[in-house]
Design a protein around this ligand. Structure first.
Ligand SMILES: NC(=O)c1ccc[n+]([C@@H]2O[C@H](COP(=O)([O-])OP(=O)(O)OC[C@H]3O[C@@H](n4cnc5c(N)ncnc54)[C@H](OP(=O)(O)O)[C@@H]3O)[C@@H](O)[C@H]2O)c1
Length: 428
């Protein structure tokens, strides 16, 4: 039996979930792996805070060195969150030769190279399955199961909160603000929901996924980002009539011409597997030249699913020997910076409120056709018109620059642009 000492940084939702699961699994790990996992110290900020009954409060400390400087602790589970001091303390642990397991997408995305350099210098491994997709083993699949593939495209629902909000808006006809209040009361949205609804959380996760999938680091600064707060019932109903659902997607492609990455609300065809991902679930849909299309689906957050993914990383870290240290993602990366595409091709949904006079639609159509933008569908739901005539246009795939230029050229005295959304148009 090998006794291993573990230090926890943080004991909030996830940290306490890790202590619970470790206690539950201890007997099984002893029997199945001949490993006895012992938590030696748990770092928190506030020692006086009430903790769940399954947390052994005698292990709590507010001194980080009780975890980082203890030579007996070989495994550090980081559950602090945020950029600093998490990134610094993870680097410190790695440089000291401690293996680190983290769920922290923000620190990881913003300090990708630094963390991987620290892991090289300490010959220690960094595990981060829980940072993207909670219980869904997408990191391991990208890292260890798809090496025979050149992945050229991934599209993902990787923020459970926004998918929950959009699902309820779609299913129940509710407005964003009402669903948000409900989600906050249920603990499914943060009191300050900005990071989720403005797409920041998905952006960090997309940076991590793309860096692994494309073997080239994709910094968050190369990811275009748009949130979902401007989606209204008009957009949801229009999308439905046109045969689509609206989802907040994280999308990245890697072609010979360059990479492209963005987070934005998009219309997804109702028959696309991502359209059926409901509530707080997550899914990653990807394409590899050998595997073709593939979708991984599962619970993207929550204490138990996330703690479970961290526990699985932890046992992998414990079972690795010094010689078979987990290959680090950065070791497989092309170090040249990503070349980003200057333009992209996408179909678009354009919702307009137009003056009910002759010639308005003709001017809109002319502006589009002058820039080689074909119209695939036109919708004018008279009964829902609130001000002027509501016109919704679905374009064929076209240069995004051209579409934005055409919209900018619409006659502003006659037309108000209410919303413009990309349309997921992969051939399925
Ligand atoms: N919640 C989820 O469903 C979920 C899902 C996937 C990934 N994650 C990731 O998991 C990580 C943890 O999230 P969480 O929801 O568990 O956060 P949380 O509930 O806010 O817990 C954070 C913990 O870290 C401690 N802490 C924070 N800053 C500290 C500092 N400077 N010094 C000492 N202790 C400090 C806090 O101490 P006190 O308790 O004393 O305040 C608390 O115990 C984040 O990176 C998050 O993105 C969360």
């Amino acid at each position: 039996m090998k006794t291993v000492y573990i230090g926890l940084l943080g004991c909030g939702n996830i940290g306490s979930g890790v202590t619970k699961l470790l206690a539950e699994m201890r007997a099984e790990w002893r029997e199945n792996y001949q490993v006895d996992p012992v938590v030696k110290a748990i770092l928190v900020r506030d020692l006086s805070k009430q903790r769940p009954e399954y947390v052994d409060t005698s292990l709590l400390t507010d001194d980080k060195d009780r975890v980082l400087m203890d030579p007996e602790i070989r495994y550090v589970v980081e559950c602090l969150g945020g950029e600093h001091p998490s990134a610094d303390w993870m680097c410190e642990a790695l440089r000291a030769g401690k293996h680190v397991v983290t769920a922290n997408k923000m620190a990881l995305a913003l300090h990708w190279r630094e963390l991987h350099d620290a892991s090289e210098s300490g010959r220690a491994s960094l595990y981060f399955e829980a940072a993207v997709g909670g219980a869904m083993p997408i990191i391991k699949i990208l890292h260890d199961s798809l090496q025979a593939n050149r992945i050229d495209r991934l599209t993902a629902i990787i923020n459970g909160t926004t998918n929950y909000l959009l699902t309820r808006m779609t299913e129940e006809g509710l407005d964003y603000q009402d669903v948000l209040k409900d989600a906050q009361a249920l603990g499914l949205a943060e009191p300050d929901p900005t990071a989720d609804v403005e797409g920041e959380d998905a952006m960090y996760k997309l940076s991590i996924l793309s860096s692994l999938a494309f073997h080239r680091h994709l910094p968050v600064t190369d990811i275009e980002r748009e949130g979902m707060t401007h989606i209204t019932q008009d957009d949801i109903r229009n999308a439905e009539e046109l045969g689509y659902r609206i989802k907040l997607l994280a999308h990245a492609t890697n072609t010979a011409e360059g990479m492209d990455a963005y987070v934005s609300p998009m219309l997804v065809p109702a028959h696309h597997p991502l359209a059926s991902v409901q509530g707080a679930f997550n899914a990653v849909f990807l394409h590899g030249h050998a595997c073709g299309d593939m979708m991984i689906y599962g619970r993207g957050a929550g204490s138990a699913p996330t703690a479970g993914a961290m526990m699985s990383d932890l046992i992998n870290a414990i079972l690795q020997t010094a010689d078979d240290r987990a290959p680090q993602a950065s070791a497989r990366e092309n170090e040249a910076p990503a070349v980003m595409l200057k333009d992209r091709v996408s179909a678009f949904y354009i919702r307009l409120s137009a003056q009910d006079t002759t010639g308005v639609l003709a001017q809109v159509a002319a502006s589009l056709s002058e820039r080689q933008i074909g119209v695939k569908a036109l919708l004018q739901p008279v009964e829902r018109a609130t001000e002027g005539a509501q016109i919704t246009i679905l374009t064929h795939p076209a240069s995004e620059k051209n579409v934005r230029a055409a919209i900018a050229a619409f006659d502003k005295r006659a037309v108000r642009v209410m919303n413009v959304l990309r349309v997921e148009a992969s051939d399925l």
